[in-house]
Design a protein around this ligand. Structure first.
Ligand code: SAJ
Length: 431
């Protein structure tokens, strides 16, 4: 199958890098997004999201005429759908996936679909979403045949090929990672493999659409369960007066043990979300996966309780002071180390909860941003770390950013410390 024009639907954190990398292989790429601002920004050769190296690649692809963005779909040889799959707002604690973006994208491309086209769903989806997308396309285009009814003879090929890239390393991982190719039929997998071979150096491994959907959810659930184990250990060790960081280091000396790192909770847009896609389909069976979610979601409150405890200890040691006199400094707001992405960040959630009730000064150190997010953390002040170290009575380490690791633990003397990442553990240990 020849791919002269490839259309990417959804120009966000996955769609835009994918579109740009394909365009960098000198393929004509038309990116489609409902967000006019994103479309205009990209057409100027600029980007509306943060990801290392992406700006250069988009700039070059647009300038050389291989990448163009628009708000309305056009005909193409292949359509790659990379739209969000959030939860239904009304589903609350049941976390039911909302497939309306996939449905809307399917309806949007249906009118321009042509015989011989390939449609790939990249969005992380509950099992069965690809089949639903195929049904939606078939309903909109009764004049075309689809794999669910016509198998290998279908006019349209359909596959699920989940993205697996790590934010902050997207450009490298898009090319180097192995890729799961979940075709609805073998010919669908073959066609999709041909598309990914344009830019993927990793292996393309064919499977079914349902298995590919479940594999993506499994990968992130595996990580979530393992982080939950580390987080639970940190709470147990705190009770037993054991340094959890040292404990994990020692346990990991065992040849078959590899425990992850505890933290203030699990953030980002995938690991805290995808396991629910399994739980919502199989609530009675997915007991461990659900518990892991609950353990990780409970961790921010545990950190907040620790901060209250530290403030209490400070006040007991300084009976002439009240809570109003206490300066708290939070180190880090991002959802993980060395990125500026604050969305779905447990650190931000913790900082917001503290600033909302703390009557004294509240300082924030986040070396990756220049201003505090609008409307959030009202009353907080963004400062650099020397200033925060100087002024703070209580320090709360929330993200293990590189500059924080360089701060020597002896600088922390006299300070009440809640270190949710173990960055200054030597101080904590000998305190
Ligand atoms: N975290 C810990 N302890 C650890 C590791 C991570 O607390 O030992 C926390 C991080 O601080 C962060 C959260 O977990 O808050 C998630 O960070 P992450 O680096 O584990 O993952 P993401 O969300 O940036 O990207 C994940 C990746 N999935 C896996 O590693 C299995 C990525 O490959 C996926 O493509 C991405 O989700 C996605 O889009 O699904």
């Amino acid at each position: 199958m020849d791919f002269n024009t490839i259309s990417v639907i959804g120009l966000g954190y996955i769609g835009l890098p994918t579109a740009a990398v394909i365009a960098s292989r000198r393929k004509k790429v038309v990116g489609v997004d409902i967000n006019q601002h994103a479309v205009d920004t990209i057409n100027k050769g600029e980007i509306h999201i943060v990801e290392p190296e992406l700006d250069m690649i988009v700039h070059a692809a647009v300038k050389e005429g291989y990448l163009r963005a628009t708000t309305s779909p056009e005909s193409a040889d292949a359509f790659l759908i990379a739209v969000p799959t959030p939860f239904k707002a009304e589903s609350g604690d049941n976390h039911v996936p909302d497939l309306s973006y996939i449905e809307a994208a399917s309806k949007a491309i249906a009118p321009v679909l042509e015989r011989g086209n390939l449609v790939i769903l990249e969005s992380t989806s509950p099992v069965g979403a690809t089949e639903r997308m195929a049904a939606c396309l078939a309903e909109a285009r009764p004049d075309l045949s689809f794999p669910q009814t016509h198998g290998e003879e279908s006019d349209i090929r359909i596959a699920h090929c989940p993205e697996r890239v790590l934010p902050g390393h997207v450009i490298r991982e898009l090319v180097e990672n192995d890729r799961l190719i979940g075709g609805m039929t073998e010919k669908c997998s073959k066609a999709a493999t041909g598309l990914y071979k344009i830019f993927v150096q990793g292996e393309c491994i064919a499977t079914t659409a349902r298995t590919a959907e479940m594999a993506k959810l499994t990968e992130n659930s595996f990580r979530d369960v393992n982080i939950a184990f580390a987080n639970e250990l940190s709470i147990i060790c705190d009770k037993l007066d054991i340094n959890v960081w040292e404990l994990i280091r020692l346990a990991n000396r065992h040849p078959r043990v590899n425990i992850l790192q505890p933290g203030p909770g699990v953030g980002g847009h995938c690991i805290a979300v995808d396991p629910w896609f399994i739980v919502s389909e199989t609530p009675d069976e997915a007991r461990l996966i659900r518990t892991a979610r609950e353990v990780n979601d409970g961790k921010p409150q545990w950190v907040i309780d620790k901060v209250n405890e530290a403030v209490g200890k400070f006040l007991s040691a300084n009976p002439d002071k009240t809570a109003k006199d206490v300066t708290i400094a939070c180190f880090g707001l991002a959802f993980k180390a060395d990125i500026d992405d604050l969305r779905e960040s447990p650190a931000l959630k913790i900082a917001e909860a503290i600033v909302a009730v703390h009557p004294g000064q509240f300082l924030v150190v986040e070396p990756n941003i220049k201003v505090l997010p609008e409307g959030k953390l009202v009353g907080a002040r963004l400062v650099d770390h020397p200033n925060a170290l100087e002024a703070a009575d209580v320090i709360v380490l929330l993200v293990d950013h590189r500059p924080f690791k360089a701060i020597l633990a002896d600088k922390l003397d006299q300070t009440y410390l809640v270190d949710s990442r173990g960055v200054w553990e030597s101080y904590a240990r000998f305190k």
